[in-house]
Design a protein around this ligand. Sequence first.
Ligand code: DGL
Length: 263
Amino acid sequence: MREAPIGVFDSGVGGLSVLAEIQQRLPHESLLYVADCGNIPYGEKTPEFIRQRCSLVAGFFREQGAKALVLACNTATVAGVADLRRDYPDWPIVGMEPAVKPAAAATRSGVVGVLATTGTLQSAKFAALLDRFATDIKVITRPCPGLVERIEAGDLHSPALRQLLQGYVEPLLAAGCDTIILGCTHYPFLKPLLKSMIPEDISLIDTGAAVARQLERLLGERELLAAGPARQTQFWTSGDPYHFRHILPLLWKEAGAVQSFAL
Ligand code: DGL
């Protein structure tokens, strides 16, 4: 079981930002990555639809013998993690949540911005996160329709993307935010562009590294951490495998075999 793979799931390529953190922290693990690119963006889908997709992908990972599941998607986590934990009580499942807690601890101005999908920002789980950790700070939220589609197309720098992003970030800066939470796993790929648009003393926070640590903790407790040096990463997409293969080196820094996920 120690050598079994870990299943990692996102609506698209965004979860590759989390996969990179997992691979860095746990270099001996074999990783299975499913991108539901055929149904992107999740941010505008109903929670019911997303729950069905989570359930299908979880079933697929179980068939592949995965020893753990990482929902590398904030939007899928708010919609689906509770059902998955109910359905698979003994399976280590790690979800994402916007970094409200670390941002509340880090902010000096007391004003924090959150960039995330509409689905994440409208969820009860996000409201509960604010109730728990944001009582002493002001939080400005900003849904960002259109960003995910650009990143899926492999666009991390174009003038049109810059203009779109500008419209989302400017109100946060105007409100006095000194900390911006990247509450969607696609957005860390925009860090270089974002940094060129904001003052140097504004921090950008995401939770990829924290998720990798949590995964390590859960596997360690169950004595499931892989020991050997070998590791393997396999990719599936419900979208166009050729396109995924094409943009993989841009987001993952390595080429890789990509199979079609037809569920
Ligand atoms: N990457 C996903 C997240 O973390 C969402 C992208 C989408 O809208 O599909 O929220």
